[in-house]
Write a new protein. Structure first.
Length: 98
């Protein structure tokens, strides 16, 4: 298990909202790529479903990654999807929907 002092806090902006995320050294190299990928997927859903609000598009992104995870990917793919899901869940947990 990673020690707290081995983690660094970075800000990820998902769906226009900043979220602090603690990452280890290896994860820090792909945080921005992950952020861009998640936001691109959200924007794709916004274009495809223009009558849906942003939260709906975030949830559709979460569902998409969840289904990808359940399909039984390789261990490398599973690790990537798990990280993406973890980030999206953190975003949803920190979002005030009122």
């Amino acid at each position: 298990m990673m020690k707290e002092e081995d983690l660094k806090s970075v800000i990820m902006t998902i769906a226009g909202r900043p979220f602090p995320v603690k990452v280890d050294y290896d994860e820090s190299f792909y945080v921005k790529d992950l952020e861009q990928e998640i936001n691109a997927k959200i924007m794709d859903y916004q274009k495809t479903y223009p009558t849906r609000d942003k939260l709906d598009c975030v949830i559709m992104t979460l569902l998409s990654y969840t289904f990808d995870l359940r399909k039984g990917p390789t261990s490398v793919e599973q690790e990537e999807v798990t990280q993406k899901l973890q980030t999206i869940i953190e975003v949803l947990n920190d979002t005030d929907f009122n």
